[in-house]
Design a protein around this ligand. Structure first.
Ligand SMILES: [Zn+2]
Length: 436
């Protein structure tokens, strides 16, 4: 430990006596020095070893000391370092070397336990960098303390592995992430940092009772498919309907954009103004909107055909059985006119590539209550992502008090994860976008 200037601060005269400054039961301050707006406190540990922790002999001899700096909560908004002198003992019987220890210290992070607690309560309101500056450590230290605490809290949550698990990709805080859901319970059970294969492998490699997962719903992302096929070979993979049908929506939009190229400004504007109507499902339109669509179809026959193909593709998913859906799909393929082949044949190719998991949708009945609500939640999370780091946002969602779906059973409770609907309600109650 090096202390350059010894300008004894106004602490003693102000409000605190040196002996009281730390208020830790087993650590006694001996001196205090201010240096570059940081407080350095020299201290000793008051508890002593009476027995060897290996052979329980009481024949111990003192054998020098070792000074280690532990960070503590700020005093007068200045960082604090406690330079603690640890007594070293040697057991005369077994020659074991032991050091004094203290109930007030977190040896893993070289901090007082109360500082760890302080970080954990402040980290939701403050940025990691701000907190690091206040405490006098680097950002990585804050991140480590936070991650460690979150892991402990998450283990305590003990979330039940679902039978129907959803892997949903989202773009959050600058990166593609995976939201893991319990599809039937409409809950979030985890959020993975990236969507890459290694992260997913690690997640499913550690999940409790992975064999309980019977169905996995996902988008058409080959690495996810490969991971699930390898780790849970008995689980049935179902491609999320929303991922499939949106291909038809995108194809129709491309047709519309291409038509726009040859139009006057006024005509282009008319088409753009009606974009929302074209994207909306036909059965959801008002009679007035339906008339507008009819007009557009007459004005732009190719767009009209693309519109019908979009609607037809969506309708495949209305069929109650796999057989009927497959038949509807074949009929749909036959309706693609040569002029629209460039736009819609890629859909046929994708469906052929993912045929089995796409049509698995029709042979597995599960209650998919998550889809729409999850999309809504993702939008809100994206707004929140501007205020929080990914780690904070993840832990907020997973650990948020009162939002867990708990099923009471005789003798124990089942925790199904964070309810998407309750999360949405809680987010709605927030007055400002950056509070939770
Ligand atoms: Zn011993």
């Amino acid at each position: 430990m090096t202390i350059i200037s010894k300008k004894n601060i106004a602490l003693n005269s102000k409000l605190v006596q040196l002996s009281d400054i730390l208020q830790l039961s087993d650590i006694q301050p001996k001196d205090i020095i201010e240096e570059n707006n940081c407080y350095h406190i020299k201290a000793i540990i008051t508890s002593e070893f009476k027995f060897c922790n290996k052979c329980f002999s009481n024949n111990l001899s003192k054998n020098g000391t070792r000074v280690i700096m532990y960070r503590d909560i700020p005093i007068h908004n200045n960082p604090v370092g406690i330079h603690i002198s640890f007594q070293r003992y040697q057991c005369k019987k077994c020659h074991n070397t032991i050091y004094q220890d203290s109930l007030s210290l977190d040896t893993k992070h070289l901090m007082t336990k109360r500082l760890v607690e302080y970080i954990y309560t402040k980290v939701y309101q403050r940025k990691f960098t701000e907190l690091a500056l206040e405490i006098g450590v680097n950002e990585k230290t804050i991140r480590n303390v936070f991650a460690n605490n979150v892991d402990i809290q998450l283990k305590l949550l003990d979330i039940i592995t679902p039978e129907v698990l959803g892997i949903n990709e989202i773009h959050l805080v600058g990166n593609s992430r995976c939201v893991i859901t319990n599809v039937e319970q409409a809950t979030v059970i985890d959020i993975l940092k990236t969507r890459n294969k290694a992260i997913l492998m690690s997640y499913f490699g550690h999940i409790k009772k992975v064999e309980n997962i019977k169905i996995v719903t996902m988008g058409m992302w080959q690495p996810h498919f490969n991971v699930i096929s390898a780790i849970i070979p008995d689980a049935k993979i179902v491609i999320d309907k929303l991922h499939v049908v949106k291909m038809a929506l995108e194809a129709m939009e491309k047709v519309q954009k291409n038509i726009c190229k040859g139009l006057t400004y006024k005509e282009r504007k008319q088409l753009k103004d009606n974009r929302y109507l074209l994207l909306t499902r036909h059965y959801q339109l008002t009679p007035m909107d339906k008339l507008t669509i009819e007009d557009l179809r007459m004005q732009y026959p190719l767009l009209g055909q693309a519109y019908l193909l979009k609607e037809g593709f969506y309708n495949i998913w209305n069929h109650p059985t796999k057989k009927e859906a497959e038949r509807a799909y074949i009929d749909w393929c036959k309706q693609i006119p040569i002029e629209l082949a460039d736009y819609f044949i890629p859909i046929v190719n994708t469906v052929e590539n993912w045929y089995k998991p796409i049509f698995n949708y029709f042979t597995n009945s599960y209650n998919n209550a998550t889809g729409e609500a999850l999309n809504e939640l993702i939008k809100i999370m994206n707004r929140k992502g501007r205020c929080y780091s990914f780690e904070v946002l993840r832990s907020k969602i997973l650990l948020i008090h009162g939002a867990h779906k708990i099923q009471a059973l005789p003798g124990f409770n089942k925790n199904h994860g964070t309810s998407i609907q309750i999360l949405l309600n809680l987010f709605e109650l927030e007055s400002t976008p950056c509070q939770l």
